[in-house]
Design a protein around this ligand. Sequence first.
Ligand code: NAD
Length: 395
Amino acid sequence: MIIKPKTRGFICTTAHPEGCAQNVQEQIDYVRKQGLIKGPKKVLVVGASTGYGLASRIVAAFGAGADTIGVFFEKSASDNRTATAGWYNTAAFEKKANEAGIYSKSINGDAFSDKIKEETIELIKRDLGKVDLVVYSLASPRRIHPVTGESFNSVLKPIGKDFTNKTVNFHNGEVSEITIEPANEDEINQTVAVMGGEDWDMWMQALQNAGVLADGVTTVAYSYIGPEITHAVYREGTIGRAKDHLEATAKTIVDNLKDIGGRAFVSVNKALVTQSSSAIPVVPLYISLLYKVMKENGTHEGCIEQMYRLFADRLYTDSLELDEVGRIRVDDLEMKGDVQEEVAVLWNKVSSENINAISDIEGYREDFFKLFGFGFANIDYNEDVDVNVGISGIE
Ligand code: NAD
């Protein structure tokens, strides 16, 4: 099939297997150029196929030589449809891990379900015995509760009052004003049920009860804070409530892991283009301005640089510094005063007329299409490619 990008709003419904493989390869190459990390040895990554979870898996495997099991929810190719990007990413990751002699297996299915937790535990018992790191990097718009069967949907809305601000259609660079109505109590609760910490805690309890957590196990989940401009729709909105819950859950998990001396952290990461973040209103415009400022001052990072730093300079050092409420911060460069001041100045000025000049909307678009394997210079997108790519280690 000749595969071109087909977009619908903020999603791309096609993915290119060779481009996704290139995306994974570039991340592996980056990690290989850095020093080896005295890090984890047996790792479970929940949400391992794209974004921060994929980068975590690559750092664990290629930066620390760890065996990895990845859990995700992706689709293989069918008839005239390509597989999803996360499917192709994982196929490429597993191929490279196998070639390097690094154990890697994957489980595709709903991580919120008991069934997938049980399958994962069986696989750990069979192949790894125990894991010493659990990365929880799920981003999902919905969750079916495994006990009650209730279906929850998350929403990206402010709380308490309307929020009006600038936003961009990153495909055509049109800047407009958006007003988002506040969420009601039910929407807040549903968002917390999907993106809060309950499922992370359920994973950790299931793993602990099954005896597959090593003594001194570490677990980490990801959060975001961001600047004033996005607070109403992010940190003080529905998703922020979910993140508050996730952060509080880290403390519950530490308590539960006391007997085996386990550690549980939330790491606050940088705003980056991923399939999930492109769905959030206002955020893509902020990211376009942030990229401009951070690229100009040489501090720009992508998922892989962020996750390398998380492992090498935070999680696996003797001097792990936490913020005042106990979180790991790798959003330090994004949140620097001078960076935020510059972004705020640009924010006030930005319009459809000047967006190409004063923001890195082009870089945003490039990153967005790269998520789906498009826009790599060395790939001929007019060539026919086989969309049916298998994942060697899928269980
Ligand atoms: P992403 O969309 O790239 O990845 C989500 C992962 O979750 C994928 O592997 C997907 O397959 C998996 N997934 C979704 N639903 C699933 C289900 N039901 N069962 C199994 N797997 C499922 O997202 P991301 O941006 O990398 O987000 C990961 C975490 O990082 C989230 O907690 C997010 O809030 C956080 N974070 C993101 C940013 C950002 O700017 N992107 C910044 C800071 C923190």
